[in-house]
Design a protein around this ligand. Sequence first.
Ligand SMILES: [Zn+2]
Length: 307
Amino acid sequence: MISKLAAAALAVAGSAGGPIPPAVAKITVVATTPDLGSIAREIGGDAIDVKTLAKPTEDPHFVDAKPSHIVTLNRADMLIEGGAELEIGWLPPLLESARNDKIAPGTPGLVVASQGIRMLEVPATLDRSRGDVHALGNPHFLVDPLDAKIVAAQIAAHLSEVQPQSAPLFKSNLAKFNTTVDAKMIEWQKELAPFRGAKVVTYHNDFVYLAERFGFQVEETLEPKPGIAPSAAHLAKVIEKMKAENAHVILVQPYQNRKTAETVARQTDGVVVDVSQQPGALKNTATYFDLMDTLVRTLAAAFAEKK
Ligand SMILES: [Zn+2]
């Protein structure tokens, strides 16, 4: 990798009129989760180098913190986090050990994605006493493509501050990202339109933004509260409600307890559907757009099967 000093020297050489274009060092961007990393790649292109802390198959609330994460954070020029306490269970101690002023709060090097998002399910009073991990509202907003656009704009703005020479690139990549989202939205809306009002049950409360955007409804969650394991009493209530409300589709992500979902499905003529919000967890979902394509297609198929 080219050092900053060498890059500066090259930039000077380039500006002296030589044919070599000014070279700048790549911005090292660390994203807490793969969805944020994928959007960063769309915006930063070749000007950035993206590293992701959480694995695609890891629960973003409960990431296994490793010493290597400290090293990664220590070397970062920029950190992109989901915010709204998504990472509160594991990121703060890593940041403290990493001691990196470049990604401190209030600097261009820190992007808090939730800032600028219209958060859903913000509780009237802050209460973590019962273990609710959504104390500042629901932090799973990136499956709403319009929220992804907001986050992409934030990333472009911060990248441009960190490296003004590359601002035109970030601006054009953002425009391209937005154009793609707009075109895809028409496709996705069309695919899910026949299932307006359909009901799903999710393991964790992680699909409300998708449901709101595309007109379906999260009827129940297997967890009684976000982050609290399902109890027999709560599951009995869910089963009753699913029967009464004609809900048959249960969504589970790779790190959630599929067996619990299967037990509920058996008693409700339900189907357990494997989905992910993280690029790379399931087949053919390397990018944010591939992920959303798969998510929409999988949902439409499940709704059609259980219509
Ligand atoms: Zn959550």
